[in-house]
Design a protein around this ligand. Structure first.
Ligand SMILES: Cc1cc2nc3c(=O)[nH]c(=O)nc-3n(C[C@H](O)[C@H](O)[C@H](O)COP(=O)(O)OP(=O)(O)OC[C@H]3O[C@@H](n4cnc5c(N)ncnc54)[C@H](O)[C@@H]3O)c2cc1C
Length: 561
């Protein structure tokens, strides 16, 4: 017998130090759709009941242990750049973990990159919003090329020849990651390259130049010389780019391969070392005479690419709302199985105050995203007022919801405690992802300035916005007072640029209040108004006033297996 096991029975028993107790079960194998009443109601309201079956299937898939693990794995093993092959040929190829491709294939397969354009009908955008909202709860990084591909369609449509060649491949629901010319593919993805070193928000500073190969004009070939400081998803098959042509800043579609089958000199210099969004490669790229087709007129580049940018901003709203929903399911699951000081944490009054407040934020954010989706459907059906509403709601929502995401992530982590800081929890990934949506696609200030721009360019947009908010008038006196104060902000337009953050924040809370009063459960609507528009609204989560039905608000984030 070894000297180490030669001890009395009581001592041997002591080798078993403890049972693991008071720890939650894994949060996996649940249906993200059937467990989300707010989402189901949004689908019905938007007229997308026809998509129920597909959404249920996707909900089950997104909540499955396997797909959750794809989210983790695709971020643990970062993409790697191979600039040349072993024989020294330039390839500019990024190698991803297979889990990334699985996620891409799932999103493409469920039409997230284009279905509403391919099959426009009532509820098409709302259905896609629901799908994006669920897959976004799993993983955000792959959402970048999915969003850019979806968003490219309105810009691609500006040139009929380009549209005919590219859009069917954009809308195809298969996924083909091969590094080959687009003519050999049925399905493509599209990226976007605007930002240069000297200017991101102010793309008028772009220094990349474009020279016509023969003729000038939309659909003609040009050669581009310059650089792009941020090019995400560099394995996309083509990129919408801005460059200076003779007629001014212009929009181009630059493919990875030239039409003659040779490698386009769109050279990836390096991948960015990002704090989050790890599964998604973002690169610095140089254009050494890269071939591109002009889209639209020379000099109209910013206007033409902005149609794409409006769509990517909308997806930022959906993505940030999805993240908040994931935070909520995590923390309600955890606190309902974790006891401290004699009871489950989700039964403790102070914790209930925090959980319910975070849930209100998540619900109010999602409602804006689904409302923009409805506007898109209505606009596609010809309702121009809905276009004006969307024009305003998008920057308002992008500003506020993306800005609320980082604080929401951190507060959610705190409700879990120490385990949420560990890298084998989903929370550090969501925390590192959180500041990105607010920075890219127009940072906070730029969104506020865009609200002012919308007022100038489309005078109907502010009216359409107020009309939407006013739909809840008369249902709560705090709401009515808040709305009246907001309207007063616009009686004197002096210093509006200086005041823009303050005004846009109020616009966001006002429209959230209106949507909550109309579409959320009454307990949540009452609490939102009391917490955000009442006299005692606080500066951090967990300061809701008394007398609210917090348990039922929290229940909305509780999932059943
Ligand atoms: C992970 C990641 C991926 C990205 N991928 C892409 C991509 O694929 N393609 C692409 O084109 N770009 C991409 N970007 C770039 C991104 O869009 C820019 O970083 C963003 O537009 C801001 O530009 P900038 O970094 O140059 O900052 P700047 O433009 O210098 O802005 C800095 C700050 O100044 C503020 N600001 C700007 N103008 C004003 C003003 N008039 N008044 C007050 N404040 C103002 C901004 O809001 C911002 O907060 C990516 C960025 C990140 C982080």
């Amino acid at each position: 017998m070894s000297e180490y096991t030669n001890f009395p029975q009581a001592e041997a028993n002591a080798a078993f130090t403890h049972d693991v107790e008071n720890m939650p079960t894994e949060l996996e194998n649940y249906n993200m759709y059937t467990n989300d009443a707010l989402l189901q109601k949004a689908i019905k309201r938007g007229g997308a009941e026809w998509a129920e079956e597909d959404l249920q299937k996707l909900g089950q898939l997104c909540g499955s242990a396997e797909v959750i693990e794809w989210g983790n794995e695709s971020n643990k093993v970062k993409p790697r750049l191979e600039t040349h092959n072993r024989y020294g040929h330039r390839i500019d190829e990024v190698i991803f973990h297979p889990a990334y491709h699985n996620l891409m294939s799932t999103s493409k397969g469920h039409g997230v990159a284009g279905d509403p354009w391919a099959n426009p009908k009532k509820g098409a955008h709302v259905k896609r919003a629901g799908s994006y909202y669920m897959i976004g709860q799993v993983e955000a990084g792959h959402g970048c090329p999915i969003t850019m591909t979806f968003a490219a369609v309105p810009t691609l449509m500006k040139d009929p020849k380009i549209a005919a060649e590219w859009i069917p491949k954009v809308l195809n629901t298969s996924y083909d990651p091969r590094n080959v010319i687009h003519t050999e593919k049925e399905s493509v993805t599209i990226g976007m390259a605007m930002t240069e070193k000297q200017g991101g928000s102010d793309v008028r500073q772009n220094s990349t130049r474009a020279y016509p190969i023969a003729e000038r004009g939309s659909g003609q070939g040009y050669e581009l010389v310059g650089h792009k400081f941020f090019v995400s998803a560099p394995m996309c098959d083509a990129f919408l780019m801005l460059a200076q042509a003779e007629g001014g800043i212009s929009c181009f579609l630059v493919p990875r391969w030239r039409p003659d089958g040779t490698k386009n000199p769109l050279q990836v210099i390096r991948l960015k070392d990002k704090m989050g969004n790890a599964s998604n490669a973002s690169s610095e790229t140089e254009l050494r005479g890269a071939f591109g087709w002009l889209i639209g007129d020379e000099g109209r580049g910013i206007a033409n690419i902005l149609e794409k940018v409006a769509m990517t901003r909308y997806d930022c709203i959906l993505g940030s709302s999805a993240a908040m929903r994931q935070h909520m399911t995590q923390i309600v699951h955890h606190t309902s199985q974790r006891k401290a000081f004699g009871d489950y944490l989700d039964k403790k009054p102070l914790m209930q105050n925090v959980l319910a407040d975070l849930e209100l934020e998540a619900q109010a954010s999602a409602l804006i995203g689904f409302r923009v989706a409805e506007s898109l459907d209505n606009l596609q059906a010809g309702d121009q007022d809905e276009g004006s509403l969307m024009r305003m709601l998008t920057p308002v929502g992008k500003y506020w919801i993306c800005k609320r995401q980082p604080g929401h992530a951190y507060e959610a982590m705190e409700t879990i405690g120490g385990s949420a800081v560990m890298e084998n929890s989903i929370m550090p990934r969501f925390y590192r992802e959180a500041p990105i949506n607010t920075i890219w696609e127009g940072s906070g200030n730029v969104q506020c300035l865009d609200v002012l721009r919308a007022m100038q360019k489309d005078p109907n947009s502010l009216d359409a916005f107020f009309k939407e908010v006013a739909l809840a008038k008369g249902s709560d006196k705090n709401f009515d007072a808040y709305f009246a104060k907001l309207q007063n902000e616009f009686t004197n337009l002096e210093n509006l640029e200086y005041r823009a953050r303050s005004v846009v924040e109020k616009m966001a809370i006002a429209v959230q209040g209106s949507l909550m009063l109309r579409y959320a459960d009454s307990a949540a609507a009452d609490a939102f108004i009391a917490g955000r528009m009442g006299e005692n609204s606080g500066n951090t989560y967990g300061m809701l006033p008394q007398g609210l039905d917090l348990a039922s608000i929290i229940d909305h984030a509780r999932v059943e297996f």
